[in-house]
Design a binder for this molecule. Structure first.
Ligand code: 13P
Length: 247
């Protein structure tokens, strides 16, 4: 019922030339079993959309205003002009290193929905919060604030990525039980906020040290509809293995 969605998050990696070479190599291995995409740096997006045929191209951030005195920022219409369809919002690196807060993330999500683009909204707890048993509360609080005042039909079309910060880039992936339990909490919070249709349609990804060796066990979980993948999305070889594993 929910089509899986696997997205690589390249972060601050890949030049335009590297982007084109990667997409040319990946396109032939894509299949209909899932939606596949990559989040590329702003500088590579134009080449990425020009090269991609079936690969979805995502930006890794956007501003919620359309234009103005916001040095260094990129707006939603600017991304739309390039053929970008998805935008990663609120990644923990943006929350932690660039002080993005739930209120501005909510404005970004709203602007993307207005533009009929797909937000990939990221949430997840720190290691200290995990150790203190605060995971569920963090998940529910981030969703309540970041996704407030949206329409249920819009929420149904979005993607939410649950990424425990302690599992990002650490090689220490969450067990499938933890990942499933947390993605279930995500879906339940959407049910509380927006009802059954939104909850049953929204796609929930797990992210954090996903690799060819563990993708299948996450994908077998009832509430996990895909993955947001950092390190293992950077090499054609490992991303290909992930794509083939979800056939
Ligand atoms: P890793 O897959 O490298 O742990 O990164 C996860 C991530 O941050 C994806 O957004």
């Amino acid at each position: 019922m929910r089509k899986p969605i696997i997205v690589g998050n390249w972060k601050m990696n890949k030049t335009c030339a590297e982007t084109v070479a990667f997409i040319e190599a990946i396109e032939p291995v894509l299949h209909d079993g899932a939606t596949f995409g990559v989040g590329a740096p702003f500088t590579a997006l134009k080449d990425a959309t020009a090269t991609a045929k079936n690969l979805v191209i995502a930006a890794e951030n956007c501003h919620y205003k359309d234009n103005g005195a916001y040095t260094g920022e990129v707006s939603v219409p600017m991304l739309q002009e390039l053929g970008v369809t998805h935008v990663i919002i609120g990644h923990s690196e943006r929350r932690q290193m660039f002080n993005e807060n739930d209120e501005e993330l909510n404005l970004k999500v709203k602007r993307l929905i207005e533009a009929e683009m797909t937000p990939i909204f990221c949430i997840g707890e720190t290691e200290a919060q995990y150790d203190a048993g605060e995971t569920e509360n963090v998940i529910r609080t981030q969703l309540a604030a970041g996704l407030k005042d949206l329409c249920p039909k819009c929420v149904a079309k979005m993607v939410i990525a649950y990424e425990p910060i302690w599992a990002i880039g650490t090689g220490k992936s969450a067990t499938k039980e933890i990942a499933q339990n947390c993605c279930h909490i995500v879906r339940d919070q959407i049910r509380v906020m927006y009802g059954d249709e939104a909850a049953d349609s929204v796609r929930v990804q797990y992210g954090g040290s996903v690799k060819p060796e563990n993708i299948k066990e996450y994908m077998a979980c009832e509430d996990i509809d895909g993955a947001l993948i950092g390190g293992a999305s950077l090499k054609v070889d490992s991303f290909t293995k992930i794509i083939e594993a979800v056939k």
